[in-house]
Ligand binder design. Structure first.
Ligand SMILES: Cc1cc2nc3c(=O)[nH]c(=O)nc-3n(C[C@H](O)[C@H](O)[C@H](O)COP(=O)(O)O)c2cc1C
Length: 197
């Protein structure tokens, strides 16, 4: 049987930071459960922001040609997706948001007549939000949750929940919190445990 494919986006520009550490722990859980995972560091890619040209309204294809072009196919081929980002000003990072805005083309692709139609046919196709923040504010993740819910919908994934960790500020803070790393591994295993209908 083919392995379950998890596609994980790391929206942090900080190499080896908290998001990367959490994702590595999550990846361990995915692999222990028998899945495969590809982690894409968004900041290593050139992804232009959406220019609202309306091109994808007509065709479902984005007119911009850059590193996002190859990601559309990866998103379509994935069984699970993870959007991971630190909180910047109560939202995801600008780099992660550029990727999210470009998924408008996928949303149009499903919608257009003659297209592949409604995409969330398989309830196992879920998206998980992983977000880290320095502060402990009650609303610190609200923006990221809303953005990721609609991003997953555009990508063709049902919302599969979130792993949110407060109090991570310095680069190695997550590495010093074994309990949050364990929780990340657990989320990786749980992602694999979701079954198709
Ligand atoms: C530009 C910028 C904005 C930030 N805004 C917030 C914020 O609004 N709330 C918060 O709790 N932390 C904020 N932070 C802190 C980061 O979310 C935190 O340091 C996080 O652990 C970084 O994750 P990383 O190591 O994966 O990059 C901000 C950091 C930067 C650089």
């Amino acid at each position: 049987m083919a392995k379950v494919k998890v596609l994980a986006f790391n929206g942090s520009p900080r190499a080896g930071g908290n998001t990367a550490t959490m994702l590595a722990a999550l990846a361990e859980g995915v692999m222990v459960a028998g899945g495969e995972i590809e982690i894409v560091r968004i900041c290593d890619l050139a992804i232009q922001p959406c220019v609202a040209c309306g091109g994808c309204d007509e065709t479902g294809e984005c007119v911009l040609v850059d590193d996002m072009t190859q990601l559309y196919e990866k998103i379509i081929a994935a069984d699970r997706v993870v959007l991971a980002s630190p909180i910047y000003f109560y939202g995801i990072t600008a780099q992660a948001k550029a990727l999210v805005d470009r998924t408008q083309a996928l949303w149009n692709r499903w919608r257009l007549p003659g297209g592949p139609g409604r995409r969330s046919v398989d309830p196992a196709r879920r998206g998980l939000l992983l977000a880290v923040a320095a502060t402990s504010g009650a609303k610190v993740f609200d923006g990221a949750i809303l953005t990721s819910k609609y991003a997953f919908d555009a990508m063709g994934f049902a919302y599969g929940g979130e792993l949110l960790v407060r109090g991570l500020e310095q680069r190695l803070d997550a590495a010093a919190r074994p309990e949050v790393l364990r929780e990340a591994g657990e989320h990786g295993r749980k992602l694999l445990a979701i079954l198709s209908a």
